[in-house]
Every structure is written in structure tokens, then in C-alpha cells.
Write a protein that binds this ligand. Structure first.
Ligand code: F6R
Length: 242
């Protein structure tokens, strides 16, 4: 596992964007795995800036996101589809039909999970997957205890995760109780993984990731089983790692 230490959130975002842009330029038809949440927002802003200033094209890029809330329509301002469109896709020359998120409003969610997993296979896997990390070590919405063999599936969100995400909603009651997420095995099929972390709230999770053994009680530790993972984190997130 490679670790890139940056001074702060802005430098983390710039470094991650720089690595992604290099890959996109080398491989303009690549499949990018994307994440939502606060952490990648700065990276997305950097990608947009680069697209506007340097013309990096996303015309041939396909994207596939990690997860989506169940029960929110794609048009809901709190849906991850809405987040991705407004934070990134609407500002690039990407074709929206080449951007994929699970449909959290599908009538048959088990079938939607199968469709999404098949889609990853049909895309011949993800070339570069961007990840954030939860304070409890979750990646995607794979909470502690999730099997490392899991594929796209439906999850009951941990109370701590609902609380952490309540900041985007009017109240915690409005945070959906379930989500659909790529599984750990689906994520590990990616050719390369970039995990981002910023701030002291993530320091303990990053310490456990760097020093711990693979353990299903700490989902991110599955990344230890992957050969091409880079952590890009700022000083605060790396404060417990020497
Ligand atoms: C989002 C996702 C989550 C977040 C994690 C960290 O698509 O998969 O695992 O990456 O909850 O969230 P932030 O970045 O808001 O701290």
C-alpha cells in the first residue's frame, strides 16, 4: 500500500486529481469508479478546473459509482445521482448515459443489485476506483462485518453512518435506513484503487488501515488484499501514522 502524505485537504485533492488526469489522458476510454461524500468534492472541483483550462476530455470515459440511498428518486437533492451530476458530470463533456449509479428507486432492489454487478462485469471491471473511508472503516456502504466476498448488495445503514450523513438532510429521520452498495469483492476487482482521507476525524481509521491485519470488522482492511492501492491523505488524517 503506497501512502502519499499531503499538507492539507486542498493538496490532497490536487494530488488525487493530478493522478486521475494523467490516467485519463493515457487511457481516454477508461472506466472510473467514483465516490460521493465530502472527501472527493475537492478532487471533482480540480477535475472540472482542469477540463475547463486544459481541455482534458471525458467524452469516452465511463463512470460507475459505489453506492446510492434506497428510496430516493434520482432527482432528489440528497440522492447520490444528484450529487454526482451537480458536483461533476454537469461540468464535463461526459455523456450522462455513460455515468452509472445504482438506482435506489428501483422496484425490485435485489434485481437492481444483480444488474449493477453485471454492469461492472460488462465494463470489464473498473480501471481506477476512488474511495473515501468512514470513521468505522466502511468503504462504499459496506459496514463492519460485511463479507470480503460480498458483491453489490442492499445494506441497513449503521446508526453512526446515518448520523454522520445527517448533515446533508434536514434531520436524521430523513436519512434513508438502507442503501445499495458495491460489495467488497466488487471493489477489489478494480485494477487500481485510490483512497482519500482528510482531517483528524479519519486519523484512527487510517491508523487501523495502515497497521491492522485484514479483518471483516474493519471493511477497509480488505484493501490489504489488493496489489495496487494508494492512500492519499493529509497530515491530520495521517497524524497517527509515522
Ligand atoms: C460514498 C461512500 C462512503 C464515503 C464515506 C466517507 O460514496 O462510499 O463510503 O466515502 O462515508 O464520507 P466523507 O467523505 O463524507 O467523510
Amino acid at each position: 500500500m503506497k501512502i502519499i502524505r499531503t499538507a492539507d485537504y486542498n493538496h490532497m485533492s490536487q494530488k488525487a486529481a493530478q493522478l486521475m488526469i494523467e490516467k485519463i489522458r493515457q487511457q481516454p476510454g477508461m472506466t472510473l469508479g467514483l465516490a460521493t461524500g465530502s472527501t472527493p468534492k475537492g478532487v471533482y472541483a480540480e477535475l472540472i478546473k482542469d477540463h475547463q483550462e486544459n481541455g482534458t476530455s471525458y467524452e469516452k470515459i465511463t463512470t460507475i459509482n459505489l453506492d446510492e440511498y434506497i428510496g430516493l428518486l434520482p432527482s432528489d437533492p440528497n440522492s447520490y445521482r444528484h450529487f454526482m451530476n451537480s458536483e461533476l458530470f454537469d461540468h464535463l463533456d461526459i455523456r450522462l448515459e455513460h455515468t452509472h449509479l445504482p438506482n435506489g428507486a428501483a422496484e425490485d432492489m435485489p434485481q437492481e443489485s444483480e444488474r449493477y454487478e453485471q454492469l461492472i462485469k460488462d465494463l470489464a471491471n473498473i480501471d481506477l476506483q476512488l474511495l473515501g473511508i468512514g470513521r468505522n472503516g466502511h468503504i462504499g456502504f459496506n459496514e463492519p462485518g460485511t463479507s470480503f466476498h460480498s458483491r453489490t448488495h442492499i445494506v441497513d445503514l449503521a446508526e453512526s453512518t446515518r448520523k454522520a450523513n445527517a448533515r446533508f438532510f434536514n434531520s436524521i429521520e430523513d436519512v434513508p435506513a438502507q442503501a445499495i452498495t458495491m460489495g467488497i469483492a466488487s471493489i477489489l476487482d478494480s485494477r487500481e484503487i485510490l483512497l482519500l482521507a482528510s482531517g483528524s476525524a479519519k486519523a484512527e481509521a487510517i491508523r487501523q488501515l495502515v497497521y491492522g491485519e485484514p479483518d471483516e470488522q474493519f471493511p477497509a482492511s480488505a484493501l490489504k488484499l489488493h496489489e495496487n492501492v494508494t492512500i492519499i491523505a493529509d497530515e491530520k488524517a495521517l497524524s497517527l501514522v509515522s
